[in-house]
Design a protein around this ligand. Sequence first.
Ligand SMILES: Cc1cc2nc3c(=O)[nH]c(=O)nc-3n(C[C@H](O)[C@H](O)[C@H](O)COP(=O)(O)OP(=O)(O)OC[C@H]3O[C@@H](n4cnc5c(N)ncnc54)[C@H](O)[C@@H]3O)c2cc1C
Length: 402
Amino acid sequence: MQQEVIIVGGGMVGLSLSLMLAKQNIAVKLLEAIKYPNYDDANLAPYHSSFDARNSALSRRSVQIYQELGLWDSLQEHATPILQVHITEQGSFGKARLKAEQEKVESFGQVIENAWLGRVLLTQVQKEKNIELIDGVKVTSLTQTENEANIEAERDGEKLSLTAKLVIAADGRDSFCRKALGVGASVHDYDQVAIVTTVQTSKPHDHVGFERFSHLGPLALLPLPGEYRRSVVWPVKKGTEDEWLGDENDQHFLDALQETYGDRAGKFEKTGKRFCFPLSQVLAEKQAVGRVVLMGNAAHTIHPVAGQGFNLCMRDAYVLVRYLTEQLAKSEDIGEPSMLLDYEKSRLTDQQRVIKFCDSVVRGFSNQNPILKLIRNTGLLAFDLIPGIKPLVANYAMGLKA
Ligand SMILES: Cc1cc2nc3c(=O)[nH]c(=O)nc-3n(C[C@H](O)[C@H](O)[C@H](O)COP(=O)(O)OP(=O)(O)OC[C@H]3O[C@@H](n4cnc5c(N)ncnc54)[C@H](O)[C@@H]3O)c2cc1C
């Protein structure tokens, strides 16, 4: 009999992982709490609420994975490449620049609208014969015995009981499954929220991604499809978000971007609706527990400063699928706890490197101490001048050093 896997959570990670498993002929039951909309091919909206106004910078490695899944042709309809990255600090002279051409790569990655990513993934999941998608179902209990994991869930007041050899919990930062397993998490609240929107500028973006560190927070401005459209991710101090949200603050927000950014992008002409996301780092103390593996934000939620969170999750998912495929090729138990522990161990180096990198960028640039500012400036200058540093950092950001 085919060994089925249950995935809890059909966000970006759960959907992507289910497609990776289905491609290897592994049967998946995917449980998602929210009811997905019915997409009508003639109409792009409505978007699923998990695939909100955000845009994601996909690393080259993530793009390669979607290419292997045969999804990249559809995804790239609403994606745009990053050909250069400029890193600067407001009020400082240092600057770091990376060019794809110099690093001998086509691009550093692609920026995609999450709403489009979600739509393409969901449409494909619905077509897959190896995936049974059950949406509008909330998992309320997760237990396990030596031989199986058991799930109870509720759907429209009805109770469901499900059993599998392996459960993958991709149920987000506040993961119910993590708590049900009794797995603790270390939490660091950055005391920030990310203001996210799309803006239009008078200068074309020329496929340049900007990261600008300001006294308000590190501002990321990424190119979007359409020459003048850019994605903004701006972490600001928690409690100040009301100043930036709401239509009445459109001009105030555009002025703040202009002041922070100078004329690098030309005039900030228009802004879309702003959304805000609280920022914290949440790291599960364990990722493999018996027959359950934590995946995605349930395993590690990190600061979006360098656009690494989802890319890291994609690499985790890819490696897990390899472990499971090898297990099945040996006709062994797909939920074998020691194999899952091996998977976890194999991912720790990459995970810790990314987690440390993102955390230290946020903490390092948040400090306004003049001596630290000088060190940062010198660091940014050195980055631009010392041969050999750039390819290292570029490979890392592209997700190719996993
Ligand atoms: C502002 C911002 C910008 C970002 N930009 C980037 C970027 O540019 N590049 C990048 O790589 N990463 C980026 N990230 C990180 C990225 O968004 C996350 O890594 C990613 O969303 C994690 O997806 P997930 O599927 O693990 O979690 P989620 O999207 O939270 O999905 C979890 C799913 O589980 C479901 N669920 C929860 N509980 C239950 C239950 N009990 N039963 C059933 N279902 C349940 C939820 O409904 C949800 O659909 C960014 C993050 C933020 C906040």
